[in-house]
Design a protein around this ligand. Structure first.
Ligand SMILES: [Zn+2]
Length: 203
């Protein structure tokens, strides 16, 4: 088993996506374990469709954000609000999804909104927990050279809604780095985020 996962890991590092044929076989077995007949009409193509869906849902492992492509701009703060994300809870393998808001203080260069969206996809399209998703986005932006960043994620978790305690609350997580660690500055930015219209804004 260990060598099998080692091979898969090596394939991942080479940028290869999932092996759909192998995944299909596993999903067919899963259907049988669940008490289903994988050969009945409605299910005959299900393992293939699921494998294709997984390829998309877990594409984050081989994605790059492209954040290195930036342009020069003198501005104090930039807010990218309401970036939609879909992710999979790593504890139950059920979806959690919602919005990410990113506010950062550039250091001479700014990132396009499409790059920030891609950054969110890189870390959401994988097995994840919302706290780590928030931190990883903040860390990659920090690494690219900004004076400060705050990332807020608001997520609905199907593993909380469909099962267990059936808690319907929205989970909010936040990560802040650099100058955004100053409480007063962060609070000003948070007010801007909650008052502003969706989209990209600079101040
Ligand atoms: Zn869960």
């Amino acid at each position: 088993m260990e060598s099998y996962s080692k091979i898969l890991l090596q394939e991942r590092e080479k940028g290869r996506t999932i092996n759909k044929k192998r995944v299909e076989k596993i999903l067919r077995k899963l259907l049988i374990e669940l008490g289903e007949n994988p050969d009945r009409e409605g299910l005959i193509g299900t393992p293939r469709r699921m494998a294709e869906a997984f390829e998309e849902i877990f594409a984050g492992y081989t994605m790059s954000s492209g954040l290195d492509v930036s342009f020069s701009e003198e501005t104090d703060a930039i807010i990218a609000k309401d970036i939609q994300f879909y992710s999979m809870c790593e504890h139950h393998m059920l979806p959690f999804y919602g919005k990410v808001h990113i506010a950062y203080l550039p250091e001479g260069k700014v990132f396009g909104i499409s790059k920030l969206t891609r950054l969110v996809e890189k870390y959401s399209r994988r097995m994840q927990i919302q706290e780590r998703l928030t931190k990883q986005i903040a860390d990659e932006i920090t690494k690219m050279g900004v004076r400060g960043v705050v990332v807020i994620a608001e997520g609905e978790h199907l593993c909380m809604k469909m099962r267990g305690v059936r808690n319907h609350s929205l989970v909010v997580t936040m990560a802040h780095r650099g100058l955004m660690e100053q409480k007063e500055l962060r609070e000003n930015i948070l007010t801007l985020i909650s008052n502003s219209k969706p989209g990209l804004r600079s101040f």
